[in-house]
Write a protein that binds this ligand. Structure first.
Ligand SMILES: C[S@@+](CC[C@H](N)C(=O)[O-])C[C@H]1O[C@@H](n2cnc3c(N)ncnc32)[C@H](O)[C@@H]1O
Length: 309
């Protein structure tokens, strides 16, 4: 079973089901409700359970789980073998930017996205996402993609480009010092493909008083580099301009963001009153109880909108 603990399950999924339910009377044939960030399958499991009744009244309605991580999709094929056999679920290996091409033109009657990485990806040292473990500086969500890894980026970025990534994506106030130290190490031929080495270099670049704070000193830099490697904000833009716009009128989209830049893109998109009725005037947050059980929920912000005519 995946270790990832899903966040704001009912709050994100229930409005989607209600939206799809309201479309039943239109007598549509085949249609899809998409979990665009399948991950450990937590939201998909919840949706499958809640969709039982609707799917028996509307046999053409499929839940489609999408992830750019092939490992997540393969693990999902085992976990959800029954729902796949019953034709209630499809699993698709894709990123947001190419998602629509996998739906064969079927109407989209609900859409969920839970951005970022899963705890299972974070825990797997071979993916290089954690500064706590030792692994290659990879950080790609799709390791099979042939895209440049974090180490490849560090070998090619200019000091200014690296500084901008650390500052803009990580809000790292010591971005200049860190970038200078990493690029110097590269020029000396000392930069190695190792998460531990990279984390230590970041810590050493910080002023001494900031090396051992409440939050690990490499947290922001790791997050920033991961966002650059996976082009996460560009993917969110593609998600908002593609699948979200293609939703059927009356269908809903629920988005969980973990970074202010992510939330800002979603907020701006949902502000367009020609296309959307925002159902969350302010983003919904996890309860104290949920945060106590899952610290990752602390930074989650949920926005839900309905696609208008
Ligand atoms: C936070 S996890 C989702 C967890 C899931 N909701 C659950 O309950 O188990 C995010 C997942 O989205 C995937 N992902 C992130 N960006 C993506 C993109 N642009 N296209 C497709 N999948 C993406 C990641 O690979 C990861 O598995």
């Amino acid at each position: 079973m995946p270790r990832h603990v899903s966040i704001l399950l009912g709050e994100s999924c229930d409005p989607l089901i209600a939206g799809a339910q309201s479309l039943l009377k239109r007598g549509m044939g085949p249609a899809c409700l998409v979990d665009a960030t399948f991950g450990g399958g937590g939201h998909t499991a919840y949706l499958l359970e809640k969709l039982k009744e609707l799917q028996s009244a509307w046999p053409g309605l499929k839940l489609v789980g999408v992830d750019r991580d092939l490992h997540a999709i393969e693990a999902g094929r085992e976990r959800f073998a029954e729902a796949l056999n019953e034709n209630r679920l499809e699993l698709v290996h894709s990123r947001f930017a190419s998602l629509l091409g996998h739906l064969s033109g079927r109407p989209l009657v609900g859409l969920l996205a839970d951005f970022g990485i899963s705890s299972d990806q974070l825990d797997d040292a071979s993916r290089g996402l954690s500064f706590l473990g030792e692994g290659p500086l990879d950080m790609r969500m799709s390791q099979e993609s042939g895209d440049p890894s974090a180490f490849d980026l560090l070998e090619t970025l200019t000091q200014k480009q690296l500084e901008t990534i650390l500052w803009e994506y990580g809000e790292e106030r010591f971005s200049r010092r860190i970038a200078a130290s990493i690029i110097e190490a590269r020029h000396r031929g000392e930069l190695v493909n190792s998460t531990r080495d990279f984390a230590q270099r970041i810590i050493r670049a910080l002023p001494a008083a900031h090396r051992h704070g409440r939050i690990h000193g490499a947290t922001r830099s790791f997050q920033a580099l991961r966002m650059a490697v996976n082009q996460e904000l560009q993917e969110i833009e593609a998600f908002l301009a593609g699948p979200v716009i293609k939703l059927e009128p009356g269908a809903r989209v629920a988005v969980l963001s973990f970074h202010s830049l992510e939330d800002r893109l979603v907020k701006q998109a949902f502000r367009d009153r020609k296309f959307f009725l925002s159902l969350t005037k302010k983003p919904a947050r996890a309860s104290d109880e949920e945060v106590a059980q899952n610290s990752r929920a602390r930074s989650a912000r949920l926005r839900v909108a309905e696609r208008l005519l």
